[in-house]
Design a binder for this molecule. Structure first.
Ligand code: ATP
Ligand code: MG
Length: 337
């Protein structure tokens, strides 16, 4: 079937081992892929002493895309002082996945996307304690290069996905140097996209937190710095039925890693009742990234019909098993192809 992209598949721990294989069944309905399995997570750590072996990083680097399930973060007492690297943070750094995309839609009327800068801001973790003055200090890094690439990314995303407005979320009235720079770059890039029919505006972060609850329909694409994006995207997930429904993408200049927002959910792992939708929607974002937008749309339509017809797992108030929901998604895909 022509071009066969290489997908690095990391199922991970807990329900990752259920939702990822179920998602591959959906992907196989729309395209042939070459899947290369790679290991990461707490079970991997217990088995081979590493949470993310070098071979996994290499496999990820040599693939076209990465589909990631979820990994369990062990408690410090379980580690017995052995070093444990977060697999997902390691991959974001090693592959320079600087853009975090979190769409929020409910298959009815709500539909916006948060694009969060993934590498700088307070997450550079340059913290120290000034003993003399007895103050704890954290540096917040906003670079010109980092801001330009995330803001360009947001406008390109809007252009390619037929979105009409990009909003910059910031606190430039107080943080005049850091967010002042971010906003200045935003305004410069926004001008270049007026020709494409994409409008722009900006909101303060505090006002945005309120608007998201009062009137989330006013947003289209939002672009923001790392910490604000982290907080706003969890707030957004709360608008649409929670973790089982929220997909995400981490994108760099070439590669993309696609993962559900949820974790490994040890409380329901092994029962076959985890909601596969977040991972299926993440896979549809992977298809968009691989420029298979029609196929991505077919999957999203099938998910929409599945949800709107009430074929739901228990977290959404239904009684279907993971595999039964996926069977429905596949039926709806077959209707459409
Ligand atoms: P981890 O340490 O891996 O993050 P966690 O205990 O924090 O695990 P999460 O995966 O973050 O668990 O989930 C929080 C809650 O949401 C759990 O009660 C879990 O059962 C539920 N949940 C998360 N994802 C799903 C899903 N896909 N389907 C159904 N329930 C889910
Ligand atoms: Mg969690």
């Amino acid at each position: 079937m022509g071009y066969m992209p290489k997908i690095c598949v990391i199922t991970g721990d807990g329900i990752g081992k259920e939702v990822v294989p179920e998602t591959l069944r959906v992907l196989n309905e729309v395209h042939d892929f070459e899947y290369i399995e790679a290991h990461a997570g707490y079970e991997c750590f217990k088995r081979c002493g590493e949470s993310i072996p070098e071979s996994t990083i290499q496999t990820a680097k040599n693939s076209d895309s990465i589909l990631f399930g979820s990994v369990t973060t062990p408690k410090p007492t379980e580690l017995k002082n052995k070093p444990y690297r977060s697999p997902i943070l390691t991959l974001r750094q090693e592959l320079d996945l600087y853009a975090n995309i979190r769409p929020t839609y409910n298959f009815k009327d709500l539909d916006f996307v948060i694009i969060r800068e993934n590498t700088e801001c307070l997450y550079v973790k340059r913290e120290y304690y000034d003993e003399i003055n007895e103050v704890a200090i954290a540096e917040r890094i906003i670079s010109k290069k980092g801001s330009e690439r995330i803001i360009k990314f947001a406008f390109e995303y809007a252009r390619l996905n037929n979105r009409k407005k990009v909003s910059c979320i910031h606190k430039a009235n107080v943080l005049r140097v850091t967010d002042g720079l971010f906003l200045e770059i935003f305004e410069k890039i926004a001008k270049l996209y007026e020709n494409f029919g994409i409008s722009s505006n900006d909101y303060l972060i505090d006002a945005t937190a309120m608007y998201l609850i009062k009137n989330p329909y006013m947003f289209d694409v939002m672009v923001t710095t790392n910490l604000f994006g982290d907080i706003l995207s969890d707030e957004a997930a709360g608008l649409i039925g929670g973790l089982g429904m929220s997909p995400s993408a981490n994108i760099g200049d070439n590669l993309g890693l696609f993962e559900p927002v949820h974790g490994s959910a040890p409380d329901i792992a092994g029962k076959g009742i985890s909601n596969p939708i977040a991972t299926i929607l993440s896979a549809s974002m992977m298809l968009d990234h691989l420029k298979m937008n029609k196929k991505a749309e077919i999957i999203r339509n099938a998910v929409k019909k599945t949800i709107n017809n009430g074929y739901l797992t228990p977290d959404l108030g239904g009684s279907l098993k993971t595999s039964e929901v996926v069977n429905k998604v596949i039926e709806f895909i077959r209707d459409e192809i």
